[in-house]
Design a protein around this ligand. Structure first.
Ligand code: GMT
Length: 380
């Protein structure tokens, strides 16, 4: 198949899922064409089946807000036509689904049929998409897609509850490449970070408000009253300055390190004892899955798709949003020497259920179904 993938070329979340999916499809022999505004972060090597098409943005003084959606739709038309794509798979509804709709209509006028699949990732539905400034276009363009997938049952429910969707949504969960995300032998890292045998807590995110990083810091402060611990905060984003100030005020700076955007996050996860994800909303929690694959148990909230990933009392624990006391209690329980190894093994066992080889065929089958329906002039 010749597949066009449209995504945000970002470090985490939907951009990573889209890029890893494209790479895996290319390894299976499909030809994959990425269409986005800059080279996706993890697309940094050569593969004969992988192609990258950059969306050209014309700068013009009149444009206070450069019309990315128009430029993206034009690029989609160009790539579909000249690369003879079979299917377009857009990740994150805004503005990719509506740009795909425009491209599809233009191509139809030229007698080219291109089925479009939209994958919903979370904030495009739960946070941004619901805003009245976007909602009518989001609803319309999701409904115009030939296929729709969501990364968790909860996100599917949320979409059906908050938007008027008249089509079926297929749930295909996020996945993990266990060849890349596995516990590596990095004892020298652990020694450098925790020279006195402290337990190591890790959080990775895009440092947005919805991640509630202040709760990570509060849990850490509670824990260090009981056991020696260190905290690594990986990633960057709007909340970082605020969180840095918070750590300085508490005088905990020497035990908390901000690592910024790390490409080889699996190296840090390989020396971690516990991962904390206290998000207010989380449609899946890919960062938690990456941690679990590296044998790191997870303390998370019980919102969104997190209960579909993190199994309470098995791979970690789940608490209500903001319940720092409960999260602290569970964190200490996991780190108790008589429990830790069991939680670590369970975390890996749970991650294995989301192994790439189990999820990739679900996308391939869905592509075939959508293509077949499109050939018959039907939609799923
Ligand atoms: O987590 C973020 O804020 C980034 C966001 C994105 O779309 O890039 O992540 C969403 O998609 C990920 C991949 O499907 C999910 O694992 C995250 O749970 C989801 N984030 C939220 O729902 C807040």
């Amino acid at each position: 198949m010749k597949i066009g993938i449209v995504c945000y070329p970002t470090f985490g979340g939907s951009g990573v899922v889209a890029t890893e999916l494209g790479i895996a499809l290319a390894k299976e022999g499909h030809q994959v064409h990425f269409i986005t505004y800059s080279q996706p972060t993890r697309l940094d090597f050569f593969n004969e089946n992988l192609f990258y098409h950059e969306v050209d943005m014309l700068a013009y003084p009149l444009f206070q807000f450069p019309p990315y959606e128009t430029a993206l739709a034009s690029k989609m038309v160009d790539v579909v036509k000249y690369e003879k794509l079979d299917i377009l798979h857009v990740h994150y509804a805004i503005p990719h689904a509506s740009a795909a709709f425009i491209a599809k209509q233009i191509l139809k006028k030229q007698n080219i049929e291109i089925p479009v699949i939209t994958t919903l990732h979370g904030t495009d539905i739960t946070l941004v998409g619901r805003d009245p400034s976007f909602e009518p276009v989001v609803t319309f363009s999701i409904n115009q897609s030939d296929g729709i997938t969501a990364v968790s049952e909860n996100l599917k429910e949320d979409t059906l509850n908050h938007f008027s969707i008249d089509k079926d949504i297929r749930v295909i969960p996020n996945f993990i490449d266990l060849e890349r995300f596995r516990r590596l032998k990095k004892d020298h890292f652990k020694k450098a970070i925790c020279p006195n045998g402290e337990k190591l807590i890790v959080h990775t995110s895009n440092f947005r408000k919805v991640k509630r990083i202040e709760d990570v810091v509060a849990i850490f402060q509670n824990m260090r009253k009981v056991i020696p611990v260190k905290l690594l905060l990986v990633g960057d984003g709007p909340e970082r300055t605020k969180i840095e100030s918070l750590c300085r005020e508490c005088g905990d700076c020497e035990d908390i390190r901000f690592l910024g955007k790390l490409e080889a996050v699996e190296e840090v996860l390989s020396v971690a004892d516990l991962f904390i994800m206290p998000s207010e909303k989380e449609s899946f929690g890919l960062a938690a899955l990456e941690a679990m694959a590296c044998e790191v148990p997870v303390i998370s909230t019980n919102v969104g798709g997190l209960p579909e990933l993190n199994v309470h009392g098995y791979s970690g624990y789940l608490s209500d949003v903001g319940d720092v006391a409960s999260m602290t209690k569970y964190a200490l329980e996991i780190l108790d020497e008589k429990n830790l190894q069991r939680f670590k093994s369970n975390a890996l066992a749970r991650a294995t259920e989301f192994e790439l080889s189990k999820i990739l065929p679900q996308y391939e089958t869905y592509y075939e179904e959508v293509l077949e329906k499109s050939r018959q002039g039907l939609v799923l």
